[in-house]
Design a protein around this ligand. Structure first.
Ligand SMILES: Cc1cn([C@H]2C[C@H](O)[C@@H](COP(=O)(O)OP(=O)(O)O[C@H]3O[C@@H](C)C(=O)[C@@H](O)[C@H]3O)O2)c(=O)[nH]c1=O
Length: 189
């Protein structure tokens, strides 16, 4: 597994080794023991899979509040996406900053996003499938979202905002400044 640190501490790009042969390839996307040897410890309990029909679909920016906060390991099963993490831990030296990584079925990259970060993605190709592991179960009462085009955060999605496909929930999401973040830097999640 190739492990790369991004500009946000704890947000990592994990690229598994692919064993190719005449059939295609095999790769281990997550191995608790191997990752623990690198000091990376997460107990994933739920796997999610979404399909977005149109390129330019944005899902996000989402979080689950403590005590149901989720770390996520995100990868692409088909197509391609731009995956984004935003630090919303109050008191963090990188509060409000974001990183974005191109994940595709071809490049096999995965983005590891700790709790305390917003997560969202924009699909780059039609029929893009996103598969991700989470460290806590879905808890609708703890579900939260921030507008994808929040000017304070300023994610550069690489899409004309007028062309974006959004859920009704995401279209109605608040700006970051209009709610109190439930995460504290160094606090419990
Ligand atoms: C997230 C989630 C949704 N659902 C249901 C609720 C709803 O009826 C339907 C669609 O939910 P949403 O519109 O919230 O799905 P979506 O917009 O794809 O939400 C996801 O976006 C990405 C960016 C994330 O990081 C995820 O954690 C999650 O928030 O699926 C579950 O049953 N379990 C889950 O874990």
């Amino acid at each position: 597994m190739q492990i790369e640190q991004t500009a946000l501490e704890g947000v990592l790009i994990l690229t598994p080794r692919r064993f190719g042969d005449h059939r295609g390839f095999f790769s281990e996307c997550w191995n608790c023991k191997v990752m623990a040897d690198h000091g990376i410890n997460y107990d994933f309990v739920q796997d999610n899979h979404s399909l977005s029909r149109q390129a330019g679909t944005i899902r996000g920016l989402h979080f689950q509040a403590p005590p149901h906060a989720q770390a996520k390991l995100v990868r692409c099963g088909r197509g391609a996406l731009f995956d984004v993490a935003v630090d919303i831990r109050r008191g963090s030296p990188t509060y409000g900053q974001w990183v974005g990584v191109e994940l595709s079925a071809d490049n096999g990259r995965q983005l590891l996003i700790p709790a305390g970060f917003l997560h969202g993605f924009a699909t780059r190709l039609p029929d893009t499938e996103v598969i991700y592991k989470c460290t806590d179960y879905y808890a609708p009462t703890a579900d939260g979202a921030v507008r994808f085009d929040d000017p304070y955060i300023g994610v550069e999605w690489g899409i004309d905002p007028k062309q974006v496909v959004l859920s009704d929930k995401d279209a109605a999401a608040p700006w970051l400044r209009d709610f109190e973040t439930p995460f504290i830097y160094g606090g419990a999640t």
